[in-house]
Design a protein around this ligand. Sequence first.
Ligand code: SAM
Length: 193
Amino acid sequence: MVQDWIDKKPTAHNWKAFFNSIIQMHDNEQQEASSAAITKTVATNNNDREEQWEEQLRLALREGGLFLCDVNNDESLVSFDFDPPPQFDMIYSSLCLEVCKTVEHFKQTIKRLERLLKPGGLLLVNGVTNKSYYHVGNKIIYSLSISAKQVSQAFEDAGITDNLKFISKPRKPNLKCDDCEGLYTIFAFKPSK
Ligand SMILES: C[S@@+](CC[C@H](N)C(=O)[O-])C[C@H]1O[C@@H](n2cnc3c(N)ncnc32)[C@H](O)[C@@H]1O
């Protein structure tokens, strides 16, 4: 699926809504940090920016490669054909770490991700707090129930602590597809040596 998007196949999933929501979040953050006037100027070019962001990510994935990741694989979290494994400038995970079986397993996974980061590298994780299941159609899917505090603690225990930031957002009311408390984004840098 991701490879099709990198290759710009006509059948590839359309990620525009996702990129636009990230740009919106970025703008909101900028607005808090700087004057509203600057943000207004930037926001007029949203279409161009969305395409630019997509292109930048395509380029990063073409240059850096695409690897399979399985949190349940005890041998190797990420499948590489080479030894020693590469180290990354940035690792991003979105709504995947809820497949961890326990909070301890989640913490171990963050530690394993830390080992794959270069010094100064960024770990960025999107997830949900205190969600134990979600529905896809009639199917009920297990999800690790983890609190905001436990997620932050996992980053701290793994030593990914520089500029650590945890942003939470309450879930939309009246949704019946899961029992989640809210969404979160957490990021921090591995200290440089
Ligand atoms: C709720 S979807 C999230 C999809 C997408 N990343 C997003 O943010 O919309 C959960 C994802 O977890 C991933 N996943 C399932 N089992 C996994 C495992 N053992 N290790 C790593 N990722 C897994 C699958 O790729 C699946 O698409």
